[in-house]
Design a binder for this molecule. Structure first.
Ligand code: UFG
Length: 328
């Protein structure tokens, strides 16, 4: 059985990947400082409380468990915060990531899966976005993801390990079995916020209604978190092959506007949502839609929950049962 170190494994995407790893008979070991993750999201797997900056603790984790591969989710990931406090992002997402690679080198780990982001592209020149689209991040968060990808690339070219970087578009939804869900504090993502508004009868701001899109609101490509998790397993399998590294977009190739998301939440929940037309949020590209043909072709990825309604149904099920998140 392969043992996989999952940094940030108690977070939203990390915990869904851990569940999938267990289902497919891998042995995940979670390393997380619980700053944004939840201890309750981790069941049936060893958990080490620790910060990425704590190399001693990390090394001890590598010593205790015989690690075969690393999946690296732990990161700061709020675009707005990265603009206000860029050093926090360069320190954690780049500097601490490099410290992790130093340990990986010491322990001769050869397989690495990295959580990257559509934020590496910045404002797209064309959609759907393919992996060869130019990278021109418009905020420090995207910058850190792109820098780290280049570190990985250089490290791979030096013959030191293989990596796969998955560039997530908009991860959404919840574990269809209802065990796991999205619980950020504060929440900034559209789907959980609209669901919360439906549940509590509160309102949700629509950031910008004057974009050059059919209904004037931003378009995003929502991907079910369990489909995303499945791609990580495929990546791990692929890294078993000699001298392979790759970068893949993770989306469904379907764009939905903010208004369409609100309408779909209304349909799924049977409740009316009060939407307040608000100014644009700075740094939001009008349209982000992925081409994920490359991962389908090369890794055989087939999404099971590609349509927005199903994605929202799974999220709704979780939020309805956990109105206070993991505290319920
Ligand atoms: N939005 C609203 N109202 C809200 C929240 C969001 O109108 O209350 C809009 C946003 O302006 C955006 C869309 O809904 O147009 C989606 O916003 P999210 O915050 O849910 O997601 P983003 O597209 O901003 O962010 C995602 C990832 C980030 C990543 C970014 C890349 O969550 O990690 O894509 O641009 F950095």
């Amino acid at each position: 059985m392969s043992t996989i170190l999952v940094t940030g494994g108690a977070g939203y995407i990390g915990s869904h990947v851990v569940k999938e790893l267990l289902r497919q008979r891998y042995q995940p070991v979670i390393y997380d400082n619980l700053q944004t993750g939840h201890r309750q999201a981790i069941k049936n797997a060893p958990f080490v409380w620790g910060d990425l900056s704590d190399s001693k603790n990390l090394k001890e984790t590598f010593q205790t468990y015989s690690i075969d591969a690393v999946m690296h989710f732990a990161a700061d990931c709020l675009v707005g915060e990265s603009v206000q406090n860029p050093l926090k992002y360069f320190n954690n997402n780049v500097k601490n990531g490099i410290k992790l690679i130093e340990i990986i080198e010491e322990y001769q780990i050869k397989k690495f899966v990295f959580s990257s982001s559509a934020a590496v592209y910045g404002e797209p020149q064309k959609v759907p976005i393919t992996e060869d689209h130019s990278c021109c991040p418009t905020n420090p968060y995207g910058e850190t993801k792109w820098i780290f990808e280049r570190v990985l690339q250089a490290y791979h070219q030096a013959g030191l390990f293989n990596f796969i970087s998955l560039r997530y578009f908009n991860a959404a939804g919840a574990d269809p079995e209802g065990d796991l869900g999205e619980d950020h504090s504060p929440e900034s993502h559209l789907i959980p916020l609209v669901i919360k508004a439906a549940l509590e009868g509160t309102s949700v701001p629509v950031f910008g209604t004057d974009y050059n899109t059919p209904d004037g609101t931003c378009i995003r490509d929502y991907i079910h978190v369990t489909d995303l998790a499945q791609a990580h397993i495929l990546a791990l399998e692929k890294l078993g092959q000699k001298n392979f590294s790759g970068i893949y977009n993770m989306g469904n190739g379907n764009g939905y506007s903010v208004r369409e998301v609100i309408e779909t939440v209304e349909k799924v929940t049977g409740r009316k949502v009060k939407a307040i037309e608000s100014p644009r949020r700075s740094g939001d590209p009008a349209r982000l839609v992925a081409s994920s043909e490359k991962i389908k072709k090369e890794l055989g990825w087939i999404p099971r929950y590609p349509d927005l309604k199903t994605i929202i149904e799974t999220a709704w099920k979780w939020h309805r049962n956990h109105p206070r998140g993991y505290d319920d």
